[in-house]
Ligand binder design. Structure first.
Ligand code: UD1
Length: 417
C-alpha cells in the first residue's frame, strides 16, 4: 500500500476549484433507483466512495457510465432488491439505499452496514422513520429484510437531526400515499440538494434545509438531470491548509454561505476572508491565533467533518483552543498522530485541549479515517521536514486530485508506492 509524502513549510498560494459534494452525490445516486429511467448527474467527483456507490447501483441492475464528471444512470430495467454485505461494509452511508430500494421495489434485503472508524454509527433512527411510513423491517443473520406493501404518509419526529435518516425518510416518503412531515429534520445543504433532485424528478418536497421537511407522496416521477452542489468540507480543507502554511488562496465553485461557521472560526484565527458569490479568498496571518472554543453541531453549526482539520491547523498556533465533539465520539483518533508531529493535544472523551506550539515537525503517521487523514495532510503542509502519511486510501474516499491540486498551490507532495 502506498503513502503520501509531504515536505512541509511551503506557504500555499493560488486557486483551486472545488469538486461536487461527496455527501450530496451519494444520496442523489441512490435516488436514481426510486424511478426507472435515464438520469444524468453532473459534477460527480471521482472518489472511491462514489465508485462504491456505482458498484451498488450496478449490483442492483442499473447501467452506469461516466463521461468526465457526468454520470449517466439507467435504472429503466427491473432492479434487484438485494445488496450484499461486501458492498454495504465498504460504505456505511450505503444504508441510504434502504429507503430508495424500498420505494422502487416495495422490498429490500441489505446487509447491516456495521460500525466504522468513527465509533458505533447506529441506524435506529433510519429504521424507526421507515417503519413509521409502513415498512416492515426485521434483522435476520446480519441482514435487514424489509417490505413495504402499503406505505402511508405520516408525521415523523427524529430524536436527533440525523442527515442519513432524514434522507432515507425523504426517499421512501415520495412513494407513500399522502403527506409525510419530518420533524427535527437535519438541515444540511446536502439534504436540500437531494430535495432539489427529487423535485426535478417530479416529487413535491417542501422545507428541505429547515427542521420541518414536508413530502407530498405518490407524485408521478420521471428520470431527471442534476448538477451536484460543491463540497463544503473539501473547500474547508484547502482553506485550513492555506491557513496552516501562512498562505493565500482562492477556492472557486463554492457556496460561501455553506461555510459560514467554518469561515467565522478562520476569521477568529486571524485569517482575512473575502467572499464572492461562488468563491472565497483567504489570506493567513504569520501566526494563527487560538480560539477559545469550537463545538461541533448539526448544520448550521460547526461541522463535525471539519473538526479534525481545525485540530490539525490549530496545533500550530498561539494560545489554547478547546474543541468539543458532540456528533461522533471517536473523532479525536487523529490527535495521537498529530502529537507524533510535535502537537500538544490532550483528549478526554469528547473534549480536546489543543495547546498551540510554534512549529510542528515531520513524522511517519497513519490515516485512520477520511477527515483525520486530510487533517494529517494539513498538519504536514505546515510542518517543517518530511512527513509520510500511510493508509492514504481513507483520504481518497473524499478528495479528488488531492495531491495534484496541492502541488498546483505550491506544496511539495507526492504519492509514493
Ligand atoms: C452524515 C455525513 C457525515 C457527517 C454526518 C454529520 C454523509 C454520507 N455522511 O453522516 O460525513 O459527518 O452526516 O454531519 O452524508 N445517529 C443515531 N441513530 C441513527 C443515525 C444517527 O443515533 O439512526 C446519530 C449518530 O451516531 C451521530 C448523529 O446521529 O451521533 C448524527 O449522525 P448522522 O447525521 O446520521 O450522520 P450520517 O448521516 O451517518
Amino acid at each position: 500500500m502506498g503513502k503520501i509524502v509531504i515536505r512541509g513549510g511551503k506557504p500555499l498560494f493560488g486557486e483551486v476549484t472545488i469538486h461536487g459534494a461527496k455527501n450530496a452525490v451519494l444520496p442523489i445516486l441512490a435516488a436514481t433507483v426510486v424511478v426507472g429511467g435515464v438520469h444524468i448527474i453532473e459534477n460527480c467527483p471521482e472518489l472511491s466512495d462514489v465508485s462504491t456507490t456505482v458498484e451498488i447501483l450496478k449490483e442492483l441492475g442499473a447501467k452506469v457510465t461516466r463521461c468526465g464528471d457526468k454520470l449517466t444512470i439507467d435504472t429503466t430495467c427491473e432492479l434487484s432488491h438485494y445488496i450484499p454485505e461486501k458492498l454495504m461494509r465498504k460504505l456505511r452511508s450505503s444504508i441510504i439505499f434502504m429507503g430508495a430500494v424500498l420505494a422502487r421495489n416495495k422490498k429490500a434485503k441489505i446487509s447491516s452496514p456495521g460500525g466504522c472508524e468513527l465509533g458505533p454509527r447506529p441506524i435506529d433512527l433510519h429504521i424507526k422513520a421507515l417503519r413509521e411510513l409502513g415498512a416492515k423491517i426485521t434483522e435476520e443473520h446480519g441482514y435487514l429484510v424489509c417490505s413495504a406493501d402499503s406505505l402511508l404518509g405520516k408525521e415523523i419526529h427524529l430524536d436527533i437531526p440525523s442527515v442519513g435518516a432524514t434522507e432515507n425518510a425523504m426517499l421512501l416518503a415520495v412513494a407513500a400515499e399522502g403527506t409525510t412531515v419530518i420533524q427535527n429534520a437535519a438541515r444540511e445543504p446536502e439534504i436540500e440538494d437531494l430535495a432539489l433532485f427529487l423535485n426535478k424528478m417530479g416529487a413535491k418536497i417542501l422545507g428541505a434545509g429547515t427542521s420541518t421537511v414536508t413530502v407530498v407522496g405518490r407524485k408521478k416521477l420521471t428520470a431527471a438531470q442534476h448538477r451536484v452542489m460543491p463540497d463544503r468540507i473539501v473547500a474547508a480543507t484547502y482553506l485550513c491548509a492555506a491557513a496552516a502554511t501562512g498562505g493565500e488562496i482562492i477556492v472557486r465553485d463554492v457556496c460561501p454561505e455553506h461555510l459560514s461557521a467554518v469561515l467565522a472560526v478562520l476569521s477568529d484565527c486571524g485569517c482575512m476572508i473575502q467572499k464572492g458569490s461562488n468563491y472565497i479568498r483567504l489570506c493567513a496571518p504569520k501566526t494563527l491565533l487560538s480560539v477559545s472554543s469550537i463545538k461541533t453541531m448539526p448544520y448550521p453549526g460547526f461541522p463535525t467533518d471539519a473538526q479534525s482539520l481545525f485540530l490539525a491547523m490549530l496545533s500550530k498556533s498561539k494560545g489554547t483552543t478547546i474543541i468539543s465533539e458532540t456528533i461522533f465520539e471517536s473523532r479525536f483518533c487523529v490527535a495521537a498522530e498529530l502529537c507524533r508531529m510535535g502537537a500538544k493535544i490532550s483528549v478526554d472523551s469528547r473534549v480536546a485541549v489543543v495547546q498551540g506550539v510554534d512549529s510542528l515537525y515531520g513524522a511517519c503517521v497513519s490515516a485512520a479515517d477520511l477527515r483525520g487523514g486530510a487533517a494529517l495532510v494539513v498538519a504536514a503542509l505546515g510542518a517543517s521536514g518530511k512527513t509520510e502519511i500511510n493508509s492514504p486510501h481513507y483520504i481518497y474516499r473524499g478528495y479528488e486530485n488531492f495531491e495534484e491540486n496541492l502541488k498546483t498551490l505550491g506544496a511539495d507532495i507526492a504519492y509514493e508506492e
